[in-house]
Design a protein around this ligand. Structure first.
Ligand code: NAI
Length: 343
């Protein structure tokens, strides 16, 4: 299959090469996909993208006009792809449904512990040979209540670590029906009211957009720790900044930011105009921002590359990609419907 892969970082190349074994003819480019870069897909069968690529309806139509049949994203989240437009043009979509949920869970807990124990500030002070402890008082996680929103692969992996730290873990999931060991299921409002630490692990959808806003913040404990390694759009950043200013939010750890597209994954140090909302957020000493790196472990990178190549392999064999299918109407459902009509 002829493929162009967008937004490729140099560190991804070895993992993709190992997974591909020269089966597919893949052009790796560092540029993100967008209206100006779509032309690189000319003459290809498939496009491989990442979370901050522009896979909106106009770009999907551009790709379709060039004959693209498949789009595979190297991520679990698919909120960056206009699935309806892809369905209209008969383009099949695939993601990486599960890859090392522990990578994201461990980063979430790393943010939590670093915030509580002032690790960044301690390092900054130590580099200046300032070894005082006055500003470094943290809190024990043992005995605290952690509320997890979204109890899928990552939510459950995060629960296991917080359980190990001796926390009481409560959870809310809009769709989960089964009970989970060591997680007490509560309503969203109860979770907001009871938690000392709240961590978000739900996908970005119309339902979860700005799930954390002025009204949900009002229900939280004063000084709550908020963690978001899911998608930036789950937080209303302005409302959270207000919460930081009033002391409602005691700590904020985010790996994702609602306006990160075109910003994260690149060096913007010398930009004349910087994102003022993010600057406002980051000037708070109790805020820790990492650049969408929660997934970034060697294990996860290899699993992402392996699944992406597997998706291309299956498409080449004219087969459905199974669990990785994220077409607006899942191909397996369509096939089942076709079978019913035939019989
Ligand atoms: P998953 O699909 O296994 O779990 C998501 C859970 O959220 C499901 O149980 C679902 O029922 C629940 N959910 C959906 N809508 C909800 C709502 N309105 N309220 C409460 N719960 C809701 O997905 P997984 O693998 O756990 O990933 C979660 C999210 O993490 C992804 O959608 C992605 O946005 C983000 N992510 C971030 C990464 C990073 O590097 N920062 C890397 C990988 C994923």
């Amino acid at each position: 299959m002829k493929v162009v892969a967008y937004s490729i970082k140099s560190f991804e190349k070895e993992f993709l090469a190992k997974a591909n074994q020269k089966k597919h003819d893949i052009t790796l480019i560092s540029n993100p996909l967008g209206p100006e870069t779509a032309f690189y897909a000319e003459g290809k069968d498939a496009v491989v993208v990442f979370t901050n690529d522009n896979v909106s309806a106009p770009v999907v139509h551009q790709l379709a006009d060039m004959g693209i049949k498949y789009i595979a994203t190297r991520s679990a989240g698919t909120d960056h792809i206009d699935k309806q437009a892809a369905a209209e043009r008969g383009i099949k979509l695939a993601n990486v449904p599960v890859y090392s949920p522990q990578a994201i869970a461990e980063h979430t807990v790393a943010l939590a512990l670093s915030l509580s124990r002032q690790v960044v500030k301690a390092e900054e002070h130590s580099l200046h040979f300032d070894f005082r402890q006055d500003e470094l008082i943290g809190f024990n996680f043992h005995g605290k209540t952690v509320g997890l929103v979204g109890l899928g692969h990552i939510g459950q992996a995060t629960a296991a670590i917080f359980n190990g730290l001796g926390c009481k873990v409560i959870g809310y999931d809009a769709f989960l029906t089964e009970s989970l060991p060591s997680i007490e299921m509560v309503s969203f409002a109860e979770l907001l009211m009871q938690s000392d630490i709240i961590s978000l692990h739900a996908p970005l959808t119309t339902d979860t957009h700005h799930l954390i806003n002025a009204s949900s913040l009002a229900l939280m404990k004063d000084g709550v720790m908020l963690l978001n390694t899911s998608r930036g759009g789950l937080l209303n950043t302005r409302d959270v900044i207000h919460g930081l200013n009033t002391g409602k939010v005691g700590y904020l750890g985010i790996d994702v930011y609602e306006n990160e597209k075109g910003l994260f994954f690149e060096d913007h140090e010398h930009d004349e105009v910087k994102d003022t909302l993010l600057m406002d957020l980051m000037q708070h000493p109790n805020v820790l921002v990492t650049p969408h790196q929660a997934y970034l472990t060697k294990e996860a990178l290899q699993q992402i590359a392996d699944q992406t190549i597997k998706n291309l392999d299956l498409w080449q064999l004219k087969k459905c990609v199974g669990n990785a299918c994220v077409c607006s109407k899942n191909c397996r459902v369509v096939e089942a419907e076709k079978a019913v009509v035939k019989s």
